[in-house]
Structures are given as C-alpha cells and as structure tokens.
Design a protein around this ligand. Structure first.
Ligand code: C2E
Ligand code: CA
Ligand code: CA
Length: 625
C-alpha cells in the first residue's frame, strides 16, 4: 500500500494548510465584494461595510500567521454581525443581507468547528427572530429601500462571493472523496496481496502448506462427485542438505526454484502442488483412474528431480523419494492420508532413495515404529531434549581420571531413557546425526573447558563420531567452530572413530582426517577387535589410541581364549606407539588382569557408569583425594 499518499490524504498538517488557503481566498473574495459594494453604499451602510472590511483584513492576517480557527471565527462572526447589522439598518427580515446567512453557515460547517457552527446558527436564528418579532410588535420599523441598481450590486456580490466560496469548498470535498476512494481501492488491493503472500512460498512462488488442506477438501469434493480417485504424492529430496551446506544457501535456493519450475510443468490443469517444507513438496492429483497412471506420474516427477541442476558454475545431481497415498483406498481425511504418504516416502527413502512407494497397509510394523521414532527424534532435536553424560577414563598407572567419554542420552517424559543404540542408527540413516553430532561436539568441548578451569587443567574429552558426519565435507570446519566456541585447546579433544569408517570410505575420509589432525585433535579407534582388526591402516590415520571392545574385556576372566588376543592387541598397539584403552571393565579381577597385560587406560562400570556433569565432577573430586 502507498502509505505516503494515505498519510497525505488524512494528514492533519495538509488539511490545515488547505484550510488556511481557503480562508485567505474567501476573506479575499469577500473583501473585494465588500469594497465593490462600498462604492454604491451610503450613510450607515457604508460604516457597517467598512467595519466588516476591517474585520476581514484581521481574519486574513490571522490565517496568514497560521491561526486558521481564530481566523474562521473572526471571518464568520464578523460576516454574521455585518449581515445582521445591515438587515437591522435597512429592510429587516426582508433585507437582501439575509441572503448571506446560508453561505456563512456553509463556511462554518466546513472551515470551523462544531461550536462555531452552533453558535452562529443560534445567533442567526435569534437575530431573525428579533427582526421579525420587533417588526410585528411595532417596536422597530424596517425601511425597505426602493429597488435600485445598487440592490443588484448587493445581490450579485452576495451570490458571487458565497457561490465562489461554496464552489471552492465543495471541490475540496470532491477531491477528498476521490482520494479516499483511491485509497480504499489500494487498501483492498494490498489486502488481497497480503493474503496471496501468506498463502505462497516466497522462494518458489508455489502455494505453501497452509493451502494444502483447503485445496485437498475442494478436490476431494470434486472427485467424490465424479467418482474419481485423488492421489497424494509426498516428495522429499535426497541429498539436498549437503548441497546447501557445501555450495551455500543461495545455491540451495536456486535448486529449489528450478525444481519448482520443473514440477509446475508436470502438472495437469486440475493438479495442485505446494512447497510443504524445506525440501518437501506435496502434490494432489485428481482424476487418475489406475495405479499404472499413478506410477507413470510418479516416475516423471522422480525423473525431473534426478536430472542435473545447473547452480551457478556447478552441476549438481540429487534425487527424490516419493510416497503415495490414494483416496479412497487409504482414507478420505487429510491428516491420515498425509501421514500415510509421508510413511510411504520414508519407506522409499529406506529402500534406497530415488524411488516411489505406495502406502501399504501391511507396511511392516518395524518400519512404522521406525517412522514414528524418526518423527519423535526430529522434535527432540528441535526442542533440545538430548543430554550429555560422561564416563570417566582411568589412567591405570596413576589411578586418576584423566579423560571422559561423552555419551548422548535421550530422556523420556516418564523418566526413562531411550538407549543410543536404538536411535543413533536411525539418526545416521536420516542424516539427523549431523545436527545431533554437532550439538554433542559443542557441549562436550564446553564441559571439558569448564573442568579444565575448575582445577583439572589436563582433562581431555572423547567424542564419538559417525561415518555420516564425514559425508558433507564440513567436519573440520565444525570441529574448529566447536573448539573456538568452547575455547578448548584442540589437544584436549579426542575423536572416537570405528574401524569400519576407516576402511570403508577411502580418500574423502583420509583427507578430512588429515585436516582434523592438522588442527591438533587426536583419534581413537573405537570397538577395536569387532571389525577387520587390521592395524595396517592405523598409521595412515595417525590414530593415537586403540579402544579394545568391551566384548573381549568382559570375557577376559572367563575364557582363556580371549586373554592371548587382548595381550596381542596390547603388544601390537604398543609397538605402533598407540595408547591402549580397555572399555567395559566391570570388576577388580579384570582390572588386575589388564594391568598385568600392560593396558594404559580403562573405563567401565567398575568405576562409574556414564553420569551427568554434576555427578562427574563429584567423581573427579573423590578420585583426586
Ligand atoms: P561406545 O562408543 O562403544 O560407548 C561405550 C558404551 O559402553 C556406552 O554405551 C557405555 O555406557 C557402555 N559401557 C561403558 N562401560 C561399560 C561397562 O562396564 N559395561 C557395559 N556393559 N557397558 C559399558 P551407551 O552410552 O549406551 O552408548 C552406546 C553406543 O552409542 C556408543 O558405543 C556409541 O557407539 C553410540 N553413541 C553414544 N553417544 C554417541 C554420540 O554422541 N555420537 C555417536 N556418533 N555415537 C554415540
Ligand atoms: Ca566410544
Ligand atoms: Ca566402544
């Protein structure tokens, strides 16, 4: 809306200026009329008109010096008094001067305030009353002048002065009405624009999710009348986040815009599409008859999604996972149908991406549980429901706690915890681990810094990393950021990696590990012994620590078979210059065995389970004594 022009119309300031202008014009024109009348007047009339002229000059001066209301009072009162005096002096109620009263009242209504108008009206009525009653009771004898040419002059002056002034004022009113009318149209237009904006996604120009349900209802009504099916397609992009992270948000935006254009071109006239969320789109396709048609449409959409995008200088390829639910087969209500399409999309995602899936009522329970858990995880991340626990690592030579492993905890409303094994995998599958892992990293570094500042300057912290966190190529920057945010020296951070990660992914990972090593952080190989147990690659990655998996430690005192194995690992590790940590130590006998075997450090329930930070600080204090 053009606020400026609205302000102009209603601006008090500009209205005052206009009033002043009109007051000057009216007093000017009245003055010239009176001067003309003065030529033809004589005797008392001349005196009265002269007095009127003086007052008009005064009114004009007041207007000129920005006192419009006082000016209006003086102008209109002097005109009223002058006209009344003229009437008394000459023809009484039948005098020509009476012709001027309506004009005075019109000016008062437009230029003055209510009290001016009311007082003038009262005064005019009273003087008319006086003129008439005095005449009737014979206390006063008007002398109606004979008709002469000067009467014509008076009438002409009165009519033209009041006519001119009324014309000016009514033209102002017309203009004001017109401006208001235009403003009204503008307000209407901008309201419509506002509604359009709230219903559309600014980036892609597609309708946003608020329009989905009303549109669904409308199409459902049409389809039910015609006996057609209505298909919901839920499209979620694969690998969109890495594009955003690696090439920047403007590249991500460009991709979404290009994709929106492609999808728009895929629509039949009655189809509907909206941007449902960040990289999610919902399509409603009415009028499809067979599943084969649905599949054909789904495949075209996936094809559009998987064709390469030109983002500035870079060519990017992504894909989409598409979930399908169908009215009436899967229901007729929007919310459950949407959930079903979403679940089907999730199935598509877990079965390998770049594919479509129909919602299947017998979708196996495990997948439904997984889907529900994923929704819960998303909320948990958004609401920061996670906590970090710390398990001490004991230096077996000194018996002191010199480090801690940070382990994530997901508390539930009933006080229980969902174990990391039950959600880390899903976080990895869905990519949520990037966000969760970064949160863990920052929190762990901050906690370690606090301990260092509270009397444990040599404390270090170990953080578990998932292989997924290496995918977007931003790990080094994130670690650097976390260290900076916590003001923790890089040497105090140890990253725990699993063997499979080191073997599986080749160059990309080695490059990032080298960069991380360059920062000064160290690496530990976690769960050693459960995978390839190949020490050869350890050198390449500059690992400093080997953590023997707890399954070997548990059976150390129970089976004769594991002791030589643990012994061999420790010896081999030492010969490569690695520090050996045993995890899962639960009793004194195991501890003694490990000491005999030359193990450097250990962690386990024997000392403490992973605990919250307050508890961990107590442990630190007690073990120091
Ligand atoms: P992990 O890295 O091998 O962590 C050690 C696990 O062994 C922890 O289980 C710990 O509570 C448990 N543990 C420690 N001492 C003993 C003991 O004496 N006896 C027994 N039976 N268990 C012991 P938790 O906390 O349930 O974590 C399980 C796994 O979840 C971790 O295994 C790790 O792979 C993963 N995890 C936990 N937090 C994170 C995280 O922040 N990021 C990533 N990527 N993974 C995490
Ligand atoms: Ca670990
Ligand atoms: Ca482990």
């Amino acid at each position: 809306m053009d606020i400026g022009s609205l302000q102009q119309v209603v601006s008090y300031q500009s209205m005052q200026q206009l009033k002043i202008k009109r007051l000057l014009q009216i007093s000017g024109s009245t003055l010239s009329g009176l001067l003309l009348a003065l030529v033809f007047a004589s005797g008392g009339v001349k005196l009265i008109i002269l007095a009127g002229c003086v007052m008009l000059v005064l009114s004009a001066i007041l207007a000129f010096y920005q006192h419009p209301l006082s000016s209006a009072y003086i102008l209109l009162w002097s005109m009223t008094l002058m006209l009344t005096a003229l009437a008394f002096y000459s023809g009484g109620i039948r005098d020509l001067a009476v012709l001027g009263f309506p004009g005075v009242l019109v000016f008062a209504a437009i230029l003055g305030d209510l009290s001016l108008f009311v007082s003038l009206l009262t005064a005019i009525l009273l003087s008319c009353c006086a003129l008439v009653s005095l005449d009737i009771y014979g206390w006063y004898h008007p002398h109606i002048p004979k008709t002469a040419w000067n009467s014509l002059v008076y009438v002409a002056v009165i009519l033209s002065v009041s006519g001119f002034s009324v014309y000016l004022l009514s033209r102002d009113l017309h203009r004001l009405m017109k401006a208001l009318q235009q403003e009204n149209i503008r307000v209407h237009d901008s309201q419509a624009e506002l509604i359009r904006l709230t219903q559309h996604d600014a980036l892609t120009g597609l309708p946003n999710r608020t329009t989905a349900e009303p549109m669904f209802k409308q199409l459902l009504g049409e389809c039910q009348q015609r006996g057609e099916r209505l298909v919901l397609l839920f499209l979620d992009l694969d690998y969109f986040k890495p594009v955003n992270d690696a090439l920047g948000h403007s590249a991500g935006d460009l991709l979404l815009q290009q994709l929106a254009d492609r999808l728009r071109n895929e629509l039949a006239p009655r189809d509907y599409i909206c941007r449902f969320g960040g990289d999610e789109f919902l399509l409603l396709l009415p009028g499809i008859v067979t599943d084969a048609e649905v599949i054909a449409r789904a495949e075209r959409i996936l094809l559009q999604t998987s064709q390469h995008f030109q983002l500035m200088q870079t060519q990017v390829e992504i894909s989409g996972s598409l979930g399908i639910s169908v009215v009436p087969r899967d229901g007729v209500d929007f919310a459950p149908l949407l959930k079903r399409a979403d679940m089907a999309m999730f199935q598509a995602k877990t079965s390998g991406r770049n594919i479509w899936r129909f919602y299947d009522e017998v979708m196996d329970k495990a997948n439904v549980d997984k889907f529900n858990l994923l929704q819960k995880l998303r909320v948990a991340l958004k609401e920061q429901q996670f906590q970090l626990y710390y398990q001490p690592k004991i230096n077996l030579q000194t018996g002191l706690i010199d480090s801690a492993e940070a382990l994530v905890r997901w508390p539930q409303a009933d006080g229980s915890f969902i174990a990391p094994q039950d959600f880390i995998g899903l976080c990895e599958e869905s990519g949520l681990i990037n966000e969760l892992g970064y949160w863990v990293l920052v929190e762990a570094c901050k906690a370690c810094r606090r301990w260092q500042l509270h009397g444990y300057p040599d404390m270090t912290i170990a953080v578990n990393l998932s292989f997924v966190q290496f995918r977007d190529g931003l790990l080094e920057a994130k670690v650097q950021q976390a260290l900076r945010e916590a003001q923790l020296p890089a040497a105090a951070l140890e990253l725990e990696l699993t063997e499979s990660l080191l073997i599986g992914e080749g160059d990309n990972i080695s490059r990032q590990l080298a960069q991380l090593g360059g920062l000064g952080v160290s690496f530990a190989i976690d769960d050693f012994g459960t995978g390839y147990s190949n020490l050869g690659y350890l050198r390449r990655f500059n690992a400093t620590t080997l953590k023997i998996d707890k399954s070997f430690i548990h059976s150390l005192c129970m089976s004769d078979r594991d002791e030589p194995l643990v012994h061999a690992i420790i010896q081999m590790g030492h010969s490569l210059g690695l520090k050996i940590v045993a995890e899962g130590v639960e009793d004194a006998a195991t501890l003694e065995r490990l000491k005999l075997l030359g193990c450097d450090s250990a962690q386990g329930y024997y000392w403490s389970k992973p605990v919250a930070e307050a508890e961990f600080l107590k442990l630190l204090a007690s073990r120091r004594q």
